[in-house]
Design a binder for this molecule. Structure first.
Ligand code: 3PG
Length: 305
């Protein structure tokens, strides 16, 4: 039996070492493919794997069809839009994620970037504080819960919109529920995006919604670039010199945004929300345990297809 760790963006070595122990202690062979640069390399390694652990690596129909022994794909992380779930189901392959395991890392990056931009990238000029500002959480899942916890420490007033949760559930965590998305954007100077990329959400963050935000607005995206309607964000930022956009996932036209809106945009060079030693250990170990439990005992908790 073989488990493959296929990570274009590798886990920290300490996480890989501990994943190896879990897998080899279960009598399963481990194969590792890191920093690969072509789909052919991935296919070459996945071809005889029984399970694969990935991050944002693309597992499309061609890869799945080539992996004749494959029974399980575990996305060590939250979002699984990089797996072709329809093709996996067609081939009888189970897909899982590891919800919550990297949530704190992403939430801490939200604040790292918010403070940096509120202080003008530490250029010595007068900045602003987060205290007493309004923060809107667009969706209230694992990352949002951590963002809310940290935001309260900063003295921010935290609002959340989540159509899948009741007002009571949100209120019980000391966060102010908002009943419409439009109200969230109207009320909050800061909006932090925490929705997955799905056919319903792709390009849903558009001009109409963003133009509701008050003066001095900041939108922060640590979710997915696909949820932003880039053209309409550009139009809005051309019209509103008070609008700031921060993202952990570069837009397609990143250089145009940087040229046009200097000082009002910031993009990490590579998605790094989950790129901490702790998150790598949390998500990597959870993924390794899920693989072993599935291959040895058929446990399919966290299945997403
Ligand atoms: C996730 O969905 O868990 C995050 O986007 C992290 O992605 P990464 O594992 O590629 O850093």
């Amino acid at each position: 039996m073989k488990i493959l760790i296929a990570t274009e963006k590798p886990f920290a070595p300490v996480a890989v070492g501990q994943m190896r122990e879990i897998i080899e202690d279960a009598g399963i062979r481990l194969s590792i493919l890191e920093k690969y640069s072509s789909k052919a390399e991935l296919i070459n390694e996945i071809i005889d794997a029984d399970a694969v652990i990935i991050r944002s690596d693309i597992i499309d129909e061609e890869v799945l069809d080539a992996a004749k022994n494959l029974k399980l794909v575990v996305r060590a992380g939250a979002g699984y839009d990089n797996i072709d779930l329809k093709a996996a189901t067609k081939d009888g392959i189970v897909a899982m994620n590891t919800p919550g395991q990297n949530a704190n890392a992403v939430a801490e990056l939200v604040f790292g970037m918010l403070v940096m931009m509120a202080r003008n990238v530490f250029d010595g000029t007068t900045g602003t504080e987060l205290k007493n500002k309004t923060l809107g959480l667009h969706a209230y899942g694992n990352v949002s819960r951590n963002v809310a916890r940290i935001a309260k420490g900063f003295g921010m007033k935290v609002y959340a919109y989540d159509p899948f949760l009741s007002e009571e559930q949100i209120k019980s965590e000391d966060v102010i529920p908002v009943s419409t998305l439009e109200d969230l954007y109207k009320q909050c100077q800061y909006v932090s995006l925490h929705i997955p990329a799905t056919p319903q959400t792709i390009k849903s963050i558009n001009y109409d919604l963003l133009s509701l935000m008050p003066k001095g607005a900041t939108l922060i995206n640590t979710a997915r670039k696909e949820i932003i309607d880039e053209e309409s964000l550009k139009k809005l930022m051309e019209e509103r010199a008070d609008f700031t956009y921060i993202s952990d996932i570069k837009p397609d036209n990143a250089s145009e945004f940087i040229d046009k809106f200097s000082g009002r945009v910031f993009f990490t060079p590579k998605k790094m929300g989950a790129q901490t030693k702790e998150a790598n250990i949390n998500a990597g170990l959870a993924a390794a345990h899920q693989c072993v439990d599935f291959l040895k005992k058929g446990i399919d908790k966290f299945r997403v297809n």
